[in-house]
Design a protein around this ligand. Structure first.
Ligand code: C2E
Ligand code: MG
Ligand code: MG
Length: 708
């Protein structure tokens, strides 16, 4: 037995045959061809020799006494090393049933006796080469699976003709799929994609198919245990010879850990390690994009630059640890104030639209976006100063912290982040010069506006506390009967210094500062008391309308307060109507809807105020329990002047009548307007034409005269 390639082990053949001549010839002839040949004279000996020799190929006779070739083949296949070894069955010529049976028991191929040794040697070499390739492919597959598992990267292929997905082992484990099926329905895999990401993934897939390219997408998957992981899927379309689309194939990799690490790095790079607030870098980046946003949306943006007064003294007296604690305390207080202050605009999820940062040392900044007026920034600065001024305990000592704040407002005080920050800083120095514990605008003239507003707010607060607000009543005329069917209560305030202040000035101020809750309660009580007297004086079913502001609707105590006032004043809830603007409806829909239903349960009515100026969505009328709709004055005033306003008014009336909602037109001042509305079956009108808002006594007289 010689070997043509000394470096390579010669291939081992095992011949199992009871015919000694065949065995002899095999050893002789195949030995010459460079094979190392082992022999066994029967089935049992053959199986033993197989496990001892571990041959590369087996030549197996079918007809043998005792165990026949099929049984031997089966037995070899059942051993771990025998599952893939090539087995060549030696059969009689044309023995078709044997050939079929041989394949059935796991044989690789067959040759018919008598054997042509020359051809057989070639055949064996070919089978060995095929087997080697097979082993190589298999080991590569195992290696690939290992690598995929390690990289948490699974490959997959969707056969578009069957719609079935063929996953790799790593893909299965990534998606937490058992090894039960080789092929899966695509739906089954899509079910594991996060519900919010599924549509995007499906559409990326469809687009890739229609464009015959691929996609690359980050999305989430939800494990069977509910755990969420972030993955990156990449795919391409495979086409056939005729350019027909055959399959979509790709990879999906788990990148959760990478994303988490990135987030941690970002957090470390962009946050202040002492307080956890944003740091200087983060603040500047935010400010830059906020400036761009404000430029697009024409909003007001302000930067508050805060410096803790005499921080150095705390640091020097009590040491750095105490200083650090103080800074952390300031940061917590700032976060709380910004969260609680109703002047700070909110984003759609109700969170404050503000960013607080520590620039370093005792310097903090606050970025405020979408302010309604520059003076809002002053109100917020004032709240911050007030809240910080409460005494704090450091190392057993009472410390009074104060802060100086500088304010820069975009766009007047700087068109870019850099300038705004610098000017806010310089305004802060001005505040320090003025004796600390105050705020200053970069533009001096804004200071007086802000102070004025703060003074007005303080006076209003006092007026509410001392019950100095008055309520006036404006009648509503029912067109069909010509009677005054009800009235709207409107708040009035006489400030000691300024005289009469318009509700359009102080109601928004009360809303921003939280004073509206006290104001609203006072108006409701006084209005009920007034209307109650007229009801007792012969106008039994006279109705009262009271305005509710968005802040009141959001207040958890609203219903309790209303119940209490109605009980106290013995007012019949079915004779009261609450006027709500559309914008209030949609601010916190669930809560608003719950509040409105509770009011309805008590028999109160709901009226949609200023209709046409807000979102004016018909769906609001269907979704929310609305009894009445008030057409805004701006449309009514266009009647007889502006055809568009007339058309809108007519359309609102027609639509409301279809929906069975009553309509009140507000602000009617002329007979022409009255006639137009009467012709179109408007239910009620309110406006100077009927009467201006009147104080309680005058209204009583008006009512007696009119409804006599
Ligand atoms: P609103 O609820 O739409 O009230 C109607 C406003 O139109 C009143 O202004 C009323 O005086 C005015 N008005 C009525 N008829 C005419 C007219 O023919 N021509 C003109 N030019 N104006 C007319 P007012 O009293 O200044 O109130 C303004 C807004 O302030 C109210 O609008 C309401 O949104 C708010 N408001 C007033 N009182 C209260 C209140 O007690 N609580 C709340 N939350 N808001 C109130
Ligand atoms: Mg109103
Ligand atoms: Mg109105």
């Amino acid at each position: 037995m010689t070997s043509p390639e000394p470096s390579k082990r010669s291939s081992r053949l095992l011949i199992i045959d009871d015919d000694p001549l065949i065995r002899l010839l095999a050893c002789e002839r195949l030995g010459i061809d460079g094979f190392e040949v082992f022999e066994a004279d029967g089935g049992i000996a053959g199986i033993a020799a197989f496990s001892e020799v571990q041959p590369d190929l087996v030549l197996l006779d079918v007809e043998m006494p005792g165990m026949n070739g099929f049984e031997v083949c089966q037995a070899i296949r059942a051993t771990p090393s025998g599952s893939h070894v090539p087995i060549l069955i030696l059969t009689g010529r044309d023995d078709v049933p044997s050939i079929e049976r041989a394949y059935g028991t796991g044989a690789t191929d067959f040759v018919a006796k008598p054997l042509n040794w020359l051809i057989l040697a070639h055949r064996i070499r070919y089978m060995l080469r095929a087997s080697e390739s097979f082993i190589e492919v298999r080991s590569q597959q195992v290696r690939l699976d290992d690598v995929q598992q390690h990289a948490r990267l699974g490959s997959w292929e969707i056969d578009l003709r069957t719609g079935l997905l063929k996953p790799s082992i790593a893909f299965r484990s990534l998606f937490g799929l058992g090894g039960e099926d080789d092929l899966l329905f695509v739906e089954k895999v899509l079910d594991l994609v996060h519900p919010e990401d599924r549509a995007a993934l499906e559409s990326a897939g469809f687009q890739a198919l229609s464009n015959r390219d691929g996609f690359s997408l980050e999305h989430r998957i939800v494990g069977r245990d509910g755990s969420v992981r972030i993955v990156h899927s990449q795919a391409r379309v495979r086409t056939g010879n005729e350019d027909e689309v055959l399959a979509l194939e790709g990879f999906t990799q788990d990148i959760t850990d990478r994303r988490r690490t990135e987030e941690e790095i970002r957090f470390l790079a962009f946050s202040d390690s002492l307080t956890g607030l944003a740091n200087r870098v983060a603040f500047k980046l935010h400010l830059e994009s906020a400036v761009q946003r404000s430029a697009r949306m024409r909003g007001i943006l302000a930067v508050l630059f805060l410096d803790v007064d005499q921080f150095k003294r705390v640091n020097d007296t009590f040491g750095h640890t105490a200083g650090d604690r103080l800074l952390r305390m300031v940061s917590e207080k700032l976060s709380r104030i910004i969260h609680e202050c109703s002047t700070v605009p909110r984003s759609s999820n109700g969170e404050p639209d503000a960013l607080i940062a520590r620039l370093g040392g005792d310097e903090f900044t606050i970025l405020l976006e979408r302010l309604t007026h520059p003076s809002d920034a002053g109100v917020i600065a004032e709240r911050v100063i007030e809240a910080l001024a409460c005494p704090a305990w450091i190392e057993g000592h009472e410390v009074r912290i104060t802060a100086s704040i500088g304010i820069a407002v975009w766009p007047h005080d700087g068109a870019d982040a850099e300038t705004l920050l610098r000017n806010a800083d310089s305004a802060m120095y001005h505040a320090k010069e003025l004796g600390r514990a105050n705020f200053q605008y970069y533009r001096r003239e804004l200071n007086s506006h802000a102070l004025e507003r703060l003074e007005l707010e303080a006076n209003l607060s006092r007026a509410i506390q001392e019950d100095c607000l008055e309520v006036h009543f404006q009648p509503k005329l029912e067109i069909a009967t010509g009677k005054i069917a009800g009235c709207e209560a409107l708040v009035r305030w006489q400030d000691s210094r300024r005289g009469s202040v318009a509700p359009s000035t102080f109601v928004p101020l009360a809303e921003a500062s939280g004073l509206i809750l006290g104001l609203g309660e006072s108006v409701l009580r006084n209005a009920c008391l007034g209307a109650r007297t007229w009801q007792r004086n012969g106008h039994a079913d006279f109705r009262l309308a009271v305005n509710l502001s968005p802040a009141q609707i959001k207040d958890d105590r609203l219903i309790d307060t209303i119940d209490e006032v109605l009980r106290e004043t013995e007012f019949d809830p079915s004779l009261i109507e609450f006027e709500i603007t559309e914008s209030a409806l949609i601010q916190d829909e669930d809560r608003t809807l719950a509040a409105l239903h509770k009011l309805r349960e008590r028999g109160c009515r709901i009226s949609l105020d200023d209709f046409g100026t807000g979102y004016s969505s018909l769906s609001n009328l269907k979704r929310f329990p609305v009894d009445t709709l008030k057409i805004d004055r701006s449309f009514v005033s266009g009647i007889g002047v502006c055809p568009a306003d007339e058309a809108i008014t007519a359309a609102i009336l027609a639509m409301a009548q279809n929906l069975g909602v009553r309509v009140v037109a507000e602000g009617i001042e002329t007979d022409k307007q009255f006639q137009f509305l009467a012709d179109r079956k408007c239910d009620e009108v309110q406006g100077f034409l009927i009467s201006r808002p009147l104080d309680v006594t005058t209204f009583g007289i008006f009512l007696d005269e009119h409804n006599r």
